[in-house]
Design a protein around this ligand. Structure first.
Ligand code: MG
Length: 401
């Protein structure tokens, strides 16, 4: 029984069960599921995965029911990833596992939350959402008697860890080596990385238009949107604005995904890596867009950075998110027992082991795991408690006076 036959990977350079570098804690094989299928299944059944439904992508979760959340984003990334994997003969289930897990370490309130938590953690080793995703699957999920985390394969873990500082890479052993030696991860990991970019670029266009933060005319300055929008306007005179938007975004994704397949296939034919180890030894990724499509894709990305992510409504949300995340962090640092019991206990143990840095890490893990709405209500309770205490102190002063 080979992983390759089970999962449909057909190319010699695909990840295979037989060539897997294995799990941190050895486990017997499953009678009918491949190792990568099990990784995918473990991720879907994890608590952190379920929480993604209430975490922000760009818009705060409660702003509207039609916007992407981290869960729907992750599903869309997996859909794009699997489509390309199938065309290139890669392991679809491994790609899916990486795509579904890639955002597990995200804080509430998207990048605003991550930035705020990193600020809080600067003197305690910092906070990187990518590293946190790995921490979730390696350490924080509590589901098995025999080991912490989900005990995923090396291949899934190398895909989840997209980037990493040199300092952290040194601490990660085998998994961190490629960041120090400038080697590549397997093709499935390379693919998941770019599928993420394709998904958010195009879907942020869709959500940005829907929210009224962008207009079609503004977006038309980018070639990728402008070309498909103009063609769709000419071909579909009597359709609704909503359908036109959807047709345009679909055509954009189709152009980029088709280019990704064609260009990567040509690169793989030219380079002909013999197996996954040969892929890893390459100095540059082998999965990627052609220069022309890459340029169109990046121009859109830059446009979104300048227009959507810096829109005043998004920035207002960002500022509020930072106040909440910082407020929660400070509160729990001052009083670990304001956290649920298991988190408080962990903070106690880690404080004993490594002082303030240990306590801060336990607090950061707790805050990072929160959904947007949980963080909102936790902060609300906190503010209420503080103002009640202040009122109590004032009354006390008056009584004493
Ligand atoms: Mg993502």
């Amino acid at each position: 029984m080979t992983g390759r036959r089970q999962t449909g990977a057909t190319a010699p350079y695909a990840a295979t069960q037989a060539a897997s570098r294995g799990r941190r804690y050895p486990e017997p094989e499953h009678p009918y599921r491949s190792v990568f299928q099990r990784d995918r299944d473990r991720i879907i059944h994890s608590t952190a995965f379920r929480r993604l439904v209430y975490k922000t992508q760009v818009f705060v979760n409660h702003e509207g029911d039609h916007y992407r959340t981290r869960l729907t984003h992750s599903l869309e990334v997996a859909q794009i990833g699997r489509t390309v994997a199938r065309e290139l003969g890669l392991d679809e289930l491994l790609v899916e596992a990486i795509c579904l897990a890639h955002d597990l370490g995200h804080t509430p309130f998207g990048h605003a939350g991550q930035h705020a938590l990193n600020q809080c953690m600067l003197t305690f080793g910092g906070f990187e959402h990518n590293l946190q995703s790995l921490r979730v699957v390696d350490e924080l999920e509590e589901r098995y008697a025999a080991f912490p985390g989900l005990n995923l394969t090396f291949e899934s873990r190398e895909g989840i860890l997209k980037h990493c500082s040199k300092r952290h890479a040194r601490e990660l052993g085998e998994l961190g080596e490629r960041f120090l030696q400038r080697r590549q991860p397997g093709l499935e990991a390379q693919l998941a990385n770019i599928a993420d970019e394709i998904a958010y670029n195009n879907h942020d266009v869709d959500d940005g238009l829907r929210a009224g933060l962008l207009t079609e005319d503004e977006l038309a300055v980018t070639e990728l949107f402008g070309d498909h929008y103009a063609r769709n306007c000419a071909q579909n005179v009597n359709i609704s604005r909503r359908a036109l938007r959807s047709e345009t975004v679909r055509a954009m994704i189709n152009e980029i995904v088709t280019d990704l397949i064609d260009h990567s296939r040509a690169t793989l034919v030219a380079e002909a890596p013999a197996d996954i180890e040969a892929v890893r030894a390459h100095s540059a990724p082998l999965i990627g867009l052609s220069p022309r499509a890459g340029k169109r894709h990046r121009a859109l990305k830059e446009f979104l950075h300048g227009s959507l992510y810096r829109h005043e409504r998004v920035l207002a949300m960002t500022a509020r998110a930072q106040v909440i995340v910082q407020g929660l962090f400070e509160c729990y640092m001052n009083d670990i027992h304001a956290m649920p019991k298991d988190h408080a206990q962990r903070a106690e143990v880690w404080t004993g082991e490594s002082g303030d840095a240990g306590r801060a890490r336990a607090v950061a893990d707790y805050v990072a795991g929160m959904t947007d709405r949980y963080a909102y209500s936790a902060y609300g309770r906190l503010v209420e408690k503080i103002s009640m205490n202040q009122a109590h102190d004032r009354n006390g002063d008056e009584d004493a006076g």
